[in-house]
Ligand binder design. Structure first.
Ligand SMILES: [Zn+2]
Length: 349
C-alpha cells in the first residue's frame, strides 16, 4: 500500500471515535518496532520525523525505510508526517520528498525558539496549506506554544505560559484551513513534563474541551503526550541511569481528550525510555556483549511493546482494515472540489 494521507486517517478516526498515535522515528529499529506493533494490533499508524531525525538519518535513508515499511505491510495504512516544521521551506522539502503530511509549527519563529505573533503564524501556515493541499498533503498547525525543548525545538519553560485561547483557535482554523490543530494545554516536550501527577492546575483539559465545543469537527492534536511511566524510568535507573523523578500525561487524560476531538497523539519519550532501558539492561548485566544486535533486538522489542500498548489504549487497534485508503492524488481532487472541506464547523460560544 502506498503511503496514505493523514487527513483520511484522521477523518476515519473521527468516524470511529478513536485516536491515532504518531510515533517519532530516527532509525530502522524504531520503524520496525512501530510496524511490528501496528501488525500485532491491526492498527493504522502515523510515523513522524522531526527536523532532527531527518538530519540524523539523512532524508533518503529515512524515507526509503518508511517505503520499505509500507511495502512489507500492505494491510496497514501508514501516513508519513513531518513533525514540527519550522518554516515553509522545511515543509516544502518534506512534501517534495514524498511525506503525506506536514506540521507547520508557526507558533514559533523560524529559529524554533521565539514565539511568533498570531498573524505571523496564520500567514506561514496558510502558505503551507496552499502548497500542500493541491498535492494532496495534509497540514497540521499549532496555536498556543508548548513547553519544553526537544530536538533543539521549543520555546522552553513550562507548558502553562502560552495556553491556547479558544477564540484564537477558531480564528486560526478559519483563516488557515488546516486539517489538524495542535493545541497547548500545559504539556511539554521531553521527559520532564510535570513535577507531580498532573491535575487541572497544570494540565488544562478544560481548555481542550472548550476548543472542541467551538470546533466540533476539527481534528485536535496532543503534543508532549508521553505518559512517562514509572516502570520505564525505573529500568533506566536500575541499570545505571540517572533520570530525575518525573510525570507525563496520564493515559486516562489522553482518553478523555480522545472523547473530545483528539485524533492524533504524539508519543516519543516513552519509546526513548523503553529502548534506553533495554539497552542499559544488556550492557549492565552482560558486560561481555559487544554485538550491537544483542542490545538492539531487546530495544526494538521494548519499544514495540510500548507502542502496541498505546495503540490499544488510544483505540486505533483493530481499525487498519476499516477503509480503503485512496491515493493522495484523489485527496488532492477532494480539496479542489470541496468534498474534503477545509472550512471548520464553528459552534457558538
Ligand atoms: Zn510536538
Amino acid at each position: 500500500m502506498p503511503l496514505v494521507s493523514m487527513r483520511q486517517l484522521l477523518d476515519e478516526a473521527a468516524k470511529g471515535g478513536y485516536g491515532v498515535g504518531a510515533f517519532n522515528v530516527n532509525d530502522m529499529e524504531q520503524i520496525q518496532a512501530i510496524m511490528g506493533a501496528a501488525k500485532e494490533t491491526n492498527s493504522p499508524v502515523i510515523i513522524q520525523a522531526s527536523r532532527g531525525a531527518r538530519q540524523f538519518a539523512q532524508d533518503k535513508y529515512l524515507f526509503h525505510l518508511i517505503l520499505a515499511a509500507a511495502e512489507l505491510n500492505p494491510e496497514i495504512p501508514i501516513a508519513m508526517h513531518q513533525d514540527h516544521g519550522n518554516s515553509f521551506e522545511t515543509c516544502k522539502s518534506a512534501i517534495e520528498l514524498g511525506y503525506t503530511s506536514v506540521m507547520m509549527d508557526g507558533s514559533l519563529k523560524e529559529d524554533g525558539k521565539t514565539p511568533a505573533t498570531f498573524d505571523e503564524n496564520v500567514a506561514v501556515t496558510k502558505k503551507v496549506v496552499d502548497f500542500a493541499h493541491p498535492r494532496g498533503v495534509t497540514v497540521e498547525g499549532e496555536i498556543g506554544v508548548l513547553g519544553g525543548v526537544e530536538d533543539g525545538h521549543g520555546a522552553g519553560g513550562s507548558g502553562l505560559e502560552h495556553i491556547t485561547d479558544p477564540d484564537q483557535a477558531v480564528e486560526f482554523a478559519e483563516r488557515t484551513g488546516v486539517d489538524a490543530l495542535a493545541i497547548a494545554i500545559g504539556t511539554s516536550h521531553g521527559a520532564y513534563k510535570f513535577t507531580k501527577k498532573p491535575d487541572g492546575s497544570v494540565l488544562k483539559m478544560d481548555v481542550l474541551i472548550k476548543i472542541h465545543q467551538r470546533l466540533p469537527n476539527t481534528h485536535l492534536v496532543m503534543h508532549g503526550s508521553s505518559s512517562v511511566p514509572k516502570d520505564l524510568q525505573d529500568i533506566v535507573n536500575e541499570y545505571g541511569g540517572k533520570l530525575k523523578e518525573t510525570w507525563g500525561v496520564p493515559v486516562e487524560e489522553i482518553q478523555l481528550g480522545i472523547r473530545n476531538g483528539v485524533r492524533k497523539i504524539n508519543v516519543d519519550t516513552d519509546n526513548r525510555l523503553a529502548m534506553t532501558g533495554a539497552i542499559r539492561k544488556v550492557l549492565w548485566t552482560q558486560p561481555e556483549k559487544f554485538d550491537p544486535r544483542d542490545y538492539l533486538k531487546p530495544a526494538r522489542e521494548a519499544m514495540q511493546k510500548v507502542v502496541a500498548t498505546r495503540m490499544t489504549q488510544f483505540g486505533q487497534a483493530g481499525h487498519a482494515g476499516d477503509y480503503k485508503p485512496v491515493s493522495i492524488a484523489v485527496i488532492a481532487k477532494g480539496y479542489a472540489d470541496g468534498s474534503l472541506t477545509t472550512k471548520p464547523l464553528v459552534a457558538a460560544r
